[in-house]
Design a binder for this molecule. Structure first.
Ligand SMILES: [Mn+2]
Length: 278
């Protein structure tokens, strides 16, 4: 059955507190038509709170409602960011029993407030979605995601305490080192095996999963990321999965870009059109 996409833009940098990301939707909206844009309520920003907790919780509450409404109306939610903290709102809105997540990222995003060195919420969304983290963030999570139903790929920067938590919870992740050693066919097999029996599947694509020498327009670059030919065919394949529910494309920082990261986002948008709207 044909589905129509609804594109939700999220203006958010408070989850990482790195300048530039707040302009992502201004730049993106010149080439991708956004159906709605959600912004941080500036009145809730308290400079003494490094987490910007009130602002991030409020934004995610409104994003959750928007994504929920989108799903209920039969549309496919495609969320553009904005930093990865927005995944708390977008995924909690679609999560149902046995929902699976494919998380494409350089980082684990499985920190809690205690484990995190940076104390930034964009490093915590995947922990929160599993039911671990600050109680104000957990209020958004009505249906926890089973750690078994999470696969991260492209990983090359985990905090020590974060890695311990990921092991303890039983999250499955594939590092870039393993991918370099085993090859792209092996990666495709691993992801295929993960998605094959899943009923509901969300894809969260962090632009920093890509190689920053090719795609510098991100908040927290880590060297040796994916080349387009290594990951785009896999994403296309995953978007064809019958249980695909929704997707995020996050961490675009246009002030660090030279045009290529914007082009990548446009390519992904086109890929979603070609796979979902058919
Ligand atoms: Mn991330």
């Amino acid at each position: 059955m044909m589905k129509t996409i609804k594109r939700i833009g999220v203006v958010l940098k408070e989850g990482c507190d790195i300048d530039g990301g707040q302009h992502a939707m201004e730049v993106l909206s010149q080439s991708v038509q956004l159906d709605t844009v959600i912004e941080v309520n500036q009145a809730l920003i308290k400079s003494q709170d490094p987490l910007y907790l009130d602002a991030v919780v409020d934004l995610n509450t409104r994003l959750n409602q928007e994504v929920r409404k989108t799903k209920e109306s039969g549309y496919f939610p495609l969320v553009f960011g904005g930093d990865h903290a927005l995944a708390i709102g977008s995924i909690s809105a679609v999560a149902q029993e046995s929902h699976a997540i494919l998380w494409i990222d350089a980082h684990g995003d499985c920190n809690t407030v205690e484990s995190s060195d940076s104390k930034r919420i964009h490093g915590m969304p995947l922990a929160v979605l599993q039911g671990y983290g600050h109680k104000d963030l957990l209020k958004l999570v009505k249906q926890k995601i089973d750690s078994d139903n999470i696969m991260l790929i492209g990983i090359r920067s985990l905090d020590i305490e974060e890695e311990k938590l990921m092991k303890e919870w039983g999250v499955h992740w594939i590092t870039m080192n393993e991918i370099r050693k085993q090859g792209i066919d092996w990666l495709n097999e691993q992801v295929n095996r993960f998605i094959q029996d899943k009923k509901h599947l969300h894809v969260s694509f962090d632009c920093d999963s890509m190689d920053p020498s090719l795609f510098p327009g991100v908040n927290t670059p880590v060297s040796d990321g994916f080349k387009p030919y290594e990951i785009l065919p896999l994403i296309k394949h995953v978007l064809n999965h019958p249980g695909i529910s929704s997707m995020d494309i996050v961490e675009f920082n246009p002030t660090r870009d030279q045009g290529s990261t914007l082009e990548l986002i446009k390519t992904l948008n086109q890929m979603v059109i070609e796979t979902i709207e058919v």
